[in-house]
Design a protein around this ligand. Structure first.
Ligand SMILES: [Zn+2]
Length: 253
C-alpha cells in the first residue's frame, strides 16, 4: 500500500494477493481499499476471536488491535487456533500476533494483554473503526456495546455455547443494540462453557463475513437481525430484533 495522504491505495502487490476476492460482486478495488483503511478491534482472540482475526487478516484489513489478557494454557488448545504450543505459559496475544504476522505481514497488529474493563473500554474503542466482540462474559460484551453506542462505532457481537452460536451486527442509532436484547445481565452465566473448536470457528467466520460486508459496503448485512446457527441440526435462523425505545444504552440516540 502507498500512503497517499488521504488513506491507502492498492499496490500491484495487493492486487496479486487479493486478486481472487477483488472479483467478488460488490467488493472490488473500492471495497479492498476500505478494508485496508480500517482498524478493527477484536475483543478476546480465543476460540471465536482468533479465527475471526485470521479471516480479517486474510481479507486484508489494515490494522488489528487484539485485546486478551492472560497466558496460554493447555486447555485453550482445542479451539484457539491462533495459538502455538511453544507459547504455553506465555502471553496469548503474543502468540496470536506471531501467527497473524507470519500469515499476512502486511497487516499491522497491535496487542493489548488485558481484557476489556471499565477502565480501558472507551480508550480502546476510540482507536478502532469497527469492533468485533468475541468475549465469553456478558460484562465485557455490555461494556463494548455501551462504548460502541456512545462513540457510534459498528459492533459485531459474536457468542457461542455448546454446539450453537449467534452473531448480531449492531450499527448504533440504526439497529437494536445488545442492551435492547438483554436489558439485564443474564443469570448463572459462567466463564467456562462446552465448546468444540470447529463450532467457535464457524461462528467466528459468520461474524467476519458480516463485518467485511459492513466495512466494504457490500449488500446483505444482517442489520436488526440475530443470526443463530445450530450445528447439531445444521440450521441457520435469522431472528428480527427491534430497538427498545427505553433502552438504557441506545434509547436516547
Ligand atoms: Zn439498545
Amino acid at each position: 500500500m502507498e500512503d497517499t495522504g488521504s488513506g491507502f491505495e492498492l499496490s500491484d502487490r495487493d492486487r496479486q494477493i487479493y486478486e481472487w476476492q477483488l472479483d467478488v460482486p460488490g467488493l472490488g478495488e473500492q471495497g479492498q481499499v476500505k478494508l485496508r483503511n480500517t482498524t478493527a478491534l477484536v475483543s478476546r482472540i480465543g476460540g471465536l476471536g482468533g479465527p475471526l482475526a485470521m479471516s480479517l487478516a486474510a481479507a486484508g484489513i489494515g490494522k488489528l488491535i487484539l485485546v486478551h489478557g492472560g497466558n496460554l494454557k493447555p486447555d485453550d488448545l482445542n479451539r484457539q487456533t491462533l495459538m502455538q504450543h511453544d507459547y504455553l505459559g506465555k502471553t496469548r496475544v503474543d502468540a496470536a500476533a506471531a501467527t497473524l504476522s507470519a500469515f499476512n505481514p502486511h497487516v499491522e497488529v497491535e496487542t493489548v494483554a488485558e481484557n476489556i474493563t471499565e477502565d480501558n473500554a472507551a480508550g480502546l474503542v476510540a482507536r478502532a473503526d469497527i469492533v468485533f466482540d468475541a468475549a465469553p462474559l456478558f460484562e465485557e460484551r455490555f461494556l463494548m456495546n455501551r462504548e460502541c453506542v456512545n462513540q457510534r462505532k459498528p459492533l459485531i457481537d459474536c457468542a457461542m455455547f455448546n454446539m450453537e452460536g449467534q452473531v448480531i451486527p449492531i450499527v448504533p442509532g440504526e439497529t437494536a443494540c445488545l442492551a435492547c436484547l438483554y436489558p439485564e445481565l443474564p443469570p448463572h452465566w459462567k466463564r467456562r462453557f462446552p465448546v468444540v473448536g470447529a463450532v467457535s470457528a464457524l461462528i467466528a467466520n459468520i461474524g467476519a463475513i458480516e463485518g467485511i460486508k459492513l466495512i466494504t459496503g457490500m449488500s446483505g448485512v444482517n442489520l436488526s437481525r440475530l443470526i443463530h446457527f445450530d450445528t447439531v441440526a445444521m440450521k441457520l435462523q435469522k431472528v428480527a430484533i427491534v430497538r427498545n425505545p427505553d433502552c438504557k444504552v441506545c434509547g436516547k440516540l
